[in-house]
Design a protein around this ligand. Structure first.
Ligand SMILES: [Zn+2]
Length: 263
């Protein structure tokens, strides 16, 4: 590690030491999040430490003068770091700013159709991410992200930022050495076809059909399910589940076993 990097780390460690965040603060911020309640204590402690580093490194701002309480900041940071708990915070280093709106916000996008005509599209969103940032979230949706219903806007948008680290938002993040990109593509495509078939046939599906909007949405929606409803996802698409375990270097089913018996 070079001198500047060591200096930055030293400064960050000093700042971390001076932050006074209690167990009660974490409980207030994350105590209703079912996933957090399943985490073994050792993982909760690591999540706390990484979330504080996240807050030191990123700027989190309220849109239109919205004041963000410490509780909200801890909640967003705690949810945001779960996907990179075993990867490292550097996986978020391509963006810097997180913007929080009170509720859903209107985003305007321009796109060019196959005839070269530009269109402007306005849509109400609960979250959005761009490869260089910002990550944009609706506070209303952050607040309601505590259930284990696989609806978690923070996990969803942060998954997009990981996906965008290689070749744009295409449904595949940069894979680790030893992971097979061909097998990833094959198994995710098969799961996509299966979901499309289930939706067409009115059968139950392991994830929300919003996943079929685009390959990038498929990866983001599956990430939500991976952390929040790992059992049904693994039962439906075991090969895809294994790829996600390999990528995130976690198996969320195991916490549930270890965490059983705890509140
Ligand atoms: Zn999305």
């Amino acid at each position: 590690m070079g001198l500047i990097a060591r200096l930055a780390e030293w400064r960050e460690n000093r700042q971390l030491g001076s932050l006074d965040v209690t167990e009660a603060d974490w409980q207030q911020a994350l105590g209703d999040w079912q996933v957090y309640r399943h985490l073994p204590p050792e993982m909760q402690a690591r999540l706390h430490r990484m979330a504080l580093r996240f807050l030191l490194r990123k700027s989190m701002v309220g849109a239109h003068g919205l004041e963000l309480s410490d509780q909200v900041r801890l909640r967003i940071a705690g949810m945001a770091v779960l996907p990179v708990l075993e990867l490292g915070l550097d996986w978020y280093d391509s963006w810097q700013t997180l913007v929080v709106h009170e509720g859903q916000f209107v985003a305007e996008h321009e796109w060019i159709d196959e005839f070269g005509i530009a269109h402007a599209e306005r849509s109400a969103l609960c979250g959005e991410a761009a490869s260089r940032g910002p990550v944009v979230l609706s506070l209303e949706d952050v607040r309601s992200a505590g259930g284990d219903d696989a609806q978690n806007v923070v996990l969803h948008e942060l998954a997009h930022t990981l996906d965008m680290r290689s070749e744009g938002a295409n449904g595949a993040p940069p894979l680790h050495p030893g992971m097979d990109a061909g097998a990833w593509k094959r198994d995710f495509s098969a799961a996509w076809e299966d979901l499309a078939h289930r939706v067409r046939s009115g059968l139950t599906a392991p994830v929300d059909d919003y996943a079929l909007e685009a390959p990038a949405e498929f990866f983001a929606v599956l990430t939500e399910a991976f952390f929040e409803q790992p059992g049904p996802l693994a039962d439906a698409w075991p090969a895809v589940f294994r790829h996600l375990c390999d990528f995130y270097r976690q198996d969320p089913r195991s916490w549930r076993l270890q965490g059983l018996g705890r509140a």
